[in-house]
Design a protein around this ligand. Structure first.
Ligand code: PEP
Ligand code: MG
Length: 587
C-alpha cells in the first residue's frame, strides 16, 4: 500500500485515526449512522422488508400491464425483479449491516457504489448500461426505507470499534455535513472547501477533526486506506507506517487528557486576571446543539444559524418549515437554555448555503440574493420566520439578529417587517416580547463604514468576521485556491473591527463577535485588548477560549495590542499576536 501525505487547510482541531470511507455525491444523500449491537437484526429486517415491498410493487406493475403494452416493458420489469433478487443486491448489504453496523440506507448505497465501479470496468456497452437498472432498483428500495426511517440509535449502544471511519469526499454541502452529527465518523477530508466555508463551520461545531482543500484526495485515497487527519495542520497521512500511527495515537491520547483537564473550567466564570468579566456564548445550527452549549458552560447562544432548519437533511424539512415547525424549534432552543439569551439570526440563505430543491443560478452567489436580500424578495417567508421567532420570545430571552445588512433602506424595511409581524401576532392574540432586542450583523464592509447609521437603529451589533474578511479582502471563503489570502489579522480587517468596537462603545450598545475569529483561542487576547467583551463560538471552542480569558491581564496587554493596530506589516502583526500569549500577569 502506497504511503503518502496530502496537505490541505486545517479547519477543525484534533487528530483522527481510522479507515477511509469514500462517499460519492449520491451516497451523501442518505442518512449515515451506526446501529448498536442490539439493533443490528432489526436493521437487517428493515432492509429485507423494504426489498419485499419493492418486490410486491414490481409484481403489481407487471400484473397490471395493459394487454397492448409494448413487450419490452414487461421484459424491463422482469429484469428489475431479477436484479432485486440477486444476492449481490439483496444479501451483500445485509452482511454490511452485520459486519460494519451501518444503517440500512448506508449499507445499500455502499454496495451500489461497489457494484457501480465494477460495472464501469465492463467493456460490453449493453452490460455496462445495466448499471442504470441497478441504480433504479436501489432507488426504489431507498424510497421505501426513507418512509420507515428509524430514530438514531442511542450512541451508548454503538460499539466504539466501529467508530473509526474517516469520510473522504470531493465536497460536502453544509446540510449534508449536518447528518454526521451522530458521530458515525471520526474525521473528514475533502478535496474542496475553505477555512470558513459553511461546511467547515459545521465540522467545527460537530468537533470532528477535519482537513479540507486537499485538491484530489478523493481520487488518490482508496476505500479502507488507513488515514491520519491532523486537524491542527491540515495534513492527511495515507497508509502511514506503524511507527507514525503509534506516535499519532499517543498525541491523540494526550489531546484527550488536555481536554479533560479543560473541562474543569466549565463552571468557572470567564473573568480576566484584572477582574473584567467576559461573556462567552455558543453558535448553533439546530436547537439540539443547545445541549452541547449548556454542557460547555455557555452564557447563552450568540448565533443560531436558523437557515439550517430550511436546508433539509436535518430531520426538519426538505420543504420550507412552517411557522409552527419553526416556532417549535426556536422555543426548544429557548427552553433548553433555561433563561440564558438566545440570539436567533434570520434566514441567511444563499452563497454556499442552498435551500434544497432551489436551483442557484447566480454567477457569483456570495454577492447575490443572499440573507436579508433574499428575505426582502420573499416577504411572506420572512414574515413567517419573524412571527415564529417573536412567538418563541414569550418563553425566554430572545434577540433578533439580521444578517448582511448594508443599506440604510434595508434597515428601515426590516424594521417595518418586524413591526408588521408584531401587529399580525397582536391581532391573532399571540404572546411575544414586545421589547425584543434587534441587532445587525456587521459583516459587509459597507456596514462597518456606516456605523453611526447602524448604532442609531440597532439595540446591539454582532460582527460576522467570516464574511467581513471575505468581502473586505475579496476572498471567497469556500475557495481553497485563495485560502492562503484569507487573513483574519489583515490590517484592514483589524481596522474595521476596531472601528466597530469604538462605535458601539460610544453609542453605549453591546457588540459581540460571532465569526470564526471569536473561537480562535490564539486571537482571544487580541480581541479582548481591542475592547470586545462578548464572543460567540462553536461550543467545542468555549473552554480553550475561556482558558485564555482567565490568564489575560488586560492592562498589561493593551500597549502591545495598540502597537498591533498601528502596524501594516502582516508578519510583524502575527509575531506580536504570538507575543501576546506570553505577556505575564502583574504580580
Ligand atoms: C460570519 O459571517 O462571520 C458569520 C458568523 O455568519 P456565517 O458564517 O453564517 O456567514
Ligand atoms: Mg456571515
Amino acid at each position: 500500500m502506497a504511503s503518502f501525505s496530502l496537505h490541505g487547510i486545517p479547519v477543525s482541531r484534533g487528530i483522527a485515526v481510522g479507515r477511509a470511507h469514500l462517499l460519492t455525491p449520491a451516497a451523501l444523500d442518505v442518512k449515515h449512522y451506526l446501529v448498536g449491537q442490539t439493533q443490528v437484526e432489526a436493521e437487517v429486517r428493515r432492509l429485507q422488508n423494504a426489498f419485499a415491498v419493492v418486490h410486491q410493487e414490481l409484481r403489481t406493475i407487471w400484473e397490471d400491464l395493459p394487454a397492448d403494452a409494448p413487450p419490452e416493458l414487461g421484459a424491463f420489469i422482469d429484469i428489475h425483479i431479477l436484479i432485486l433478487s440477486d444476492p449481490l443486491l439483496a444479501e451483500a448489504p445485509l452482511d454490511i449491516i452485520r459486519s460494519r453496523h451501518y444503517n440500512a440506507e448506508w449499507a445499500l448505497v455502499t454496495q451500489i457504489d461497489q457494484l457501480s465501479s465494477q460495472f464501469d470496468e465492463i467493456e460490453d456497452p449493453y452490460l455496462r448500461a445495466r448499471k442504470a437498472d441497478i441504480q433504479q432498483v436501489a432507488e426504489r428500495v431507498l424510497k421505501v426505507l426513507t418512509g420507515t426511517a428509524q430514530l438514531l440509535p442511542a450512541t451508548s449502544d454503538v460499539d466504539e470499534s466501529h467508530a473509526s471511519l474517516i469520510v473522504v469526499a470531493h465536497d460536502i454541502s453544509p446540510a449534508d455535513m449536518l447528518q454526521f452529527r451522530n458521530r458515525a465518523f471520526a474525521g473528514i477530508a475533502t478535496d474542496a472547501g475553505g477555512q470558513n466555508s459553511h461546511t467547515t463551520l459545521v465540522a467545527r461545531s460537530l468537533d470532528i477533526p477535519a482537513a479540507v482543500g486537499l485538491s484530489n484526495a478523493s481520487l488518490l485515497i482508496k476505500q479502507d486506506d488507513w488515514l491520519i487527519i491532523d486537524g491542527d495542520s491540515g495534513v492527511v497521512m495515507v497508509n502511514p507506517s506503524p511507527l507514525i500511527l503509534h506516535q499519532y495515537r499517543e498525541m491523540q491520547a494526550k489531546a484527550q487528557r488536555e481536554r479533560k483537564k479543560l473541562s474543569k473550567l466549565k463552571k468557572t466564570p470567564a473573568v480576566t486576571l484584572d477582574g473584567t468579566a467576559v461573556t462567552l456564548l455558543a453558535n448553533i445550527e439546530l436547537p439540539e446543539d443547545c445541549a452541547a452549549a449548556m454542557e460547555a458552560g455557555a452564557n447563552g447562544i450568540g448565533l443560531f444559524r436558523s437557515e439550517f432548519l430550511f436546508m433539509g437533511h436535518s430531520g426538519y424539512a426538505s420543504k420550507l418549515p412552517s411557522e409552527e415547525e419553526q416556532f417549535d424549534a426556536y422555543r426548544r432552543a429557548v427552553l433548553t437554555m433555561k433563561g440564558r439569551p438566545v440570539t436567533i439570526r434570520t434566514l441567511d440563505i444563499g452563497a454556499d448555503k442552498r435551500l434544497k430543491g432551489f436551483d442557484q443560478t447566480a454567477t457569483n452567489p456570495a454577492l447575490g440574493l443572499r440573507a436579508i436580500r433574499y428575505c426582502m424578495a420573499e416577504p411572506q417567508l420572512f414574515l413567517t420566520q419573524l412571527r415564529a421567532i417573536l412567538r418563541a420570545s414569550a418563553f425566554g430571552p430572545v434577540k433578533l439578529l439580521i444578517p448582511m445588512l448594508s443599506h440604510s433602506f434595508e434597515i428601515s424595511q426590516t424594521m417595518a417587517m418586524i413591526n408588521q409581524a408584531k401587529a399580525q401576532l397582536l391581532k391573532a392574540g399571540q404572546k411575544f416580547d414586545a421589547e425584543i432586542k434587534i441587532g445587525a450583523m456587521i459583516e459587509v464592509p459597507a456596514a462597518a463604514l456606516m456605523l453611526p447609521t447602524f448604532v442609531r437603529h440597532m439595540d446591539f451589533l454582532s460582527i460576522g468576521t467570516n464574511d467581513l474578511i471575505q468581502y473586505t479582502l475579496a476572498i471567497d471563503r469556500s475557495d481553497h485556491e485563495v485560502a492562503h489570502l484569507y487573513d483574519p489579522t489583515h490590517p484592514a480587517v483589524l481596522l474595521l473591527l476596531a472601528m466597530t468596537a469604538a462605535a458601539a462603545a460610544k453609542a453605549g450598545i453591546p457588540v459581540s463577535i460571532c465569526g470564526g475569529m471569536a473561537g480562535d483561542a490564539k486571537l482571544t487576547r487580541l480581541l479582548l485588548g481591542m475592547g470586545f467583551r462578548e464572543l460567540s463560538m462553536p461550543a467545542a471552542q468555549l473552554l480553550p477560549v475561556k482558558q485564555e480569558v482567565l490568564g489575560c491581564d488586560l492592562e498589561r496587554i493593551t500597549p502591545l495590542v495598540r502597537k498591533i493596530l498601528r502596524s501594516d506589516d502582516p508578519a510583524a502583526i502575527r509575531q506580536m499576536i504570538g507575543q501576546l500569549a506570553e505577556v505575564p500577569a502583574a504580580v
